[in-house]
Design a protein around this ligand. Structure first.
Ligand code: AMP
Length: 113
């Protein structure tokens, strides 16, 4: 989608540190990491947020989840990791293209918010 930051990253118009890609999914390191490992997993198809996943195919959604598991294993996150998807203003979503944060490499707080 025109003017979508993450669509531009997928297209290579904005540089990123890619860690994984397949026909449905693109994943890259967050530019402002909140943990030693902070990776964003996004569907190639522009979907604005979790609130719009009816626009995604089951294959695309499954591919995102499978990519998360694969990337976490590759990154050596044996002690675990957190997966977050901010949806809408109450969750402080800042980029309106569905994305899953993988956060790992340190102990996370036991509070979710
Ligand atoms: P959210 O606030 O959940 O929408 O997450 C958006 C994330 O995108 C933030 O963690 C940002 O640091 C990250 N981000 C923004 N621009 C870039 C970029 N050019 N490359 C990598 N990550 C980015």
């Amino acid at each position: 989608m025109e003017n979508c930051l993450f669509c531009k990253i997928i297209a290579g118009e904005i540089p990123s540190t890619k860690v994984y890609e397949d026909e449905n999914v693109f994943a890259f390191r967050d530019i402002n990491p909140q943990a030693p490992v902070h990776i964003l997993v996004i569907p190639r198809h522009h979907i604005s947020s979790m609130a719009a996943i009816d626009e995604a195919t089951d294959a695309e959604l499954a591919a995102c989840l499978r990519a998360i598991r694969l990337i976490a294993a590759r990154e050596g996150l044996k002690e675990g990791y957190r997966v977050v998807s901010n949806c809408g203003p109450h969750a402080c979503q800042s980029v309106p293209h569905l994305h899953f944060h993988i956060l790992g490499g340190r102990q996370m707080a036991d509070q979710m918010a």
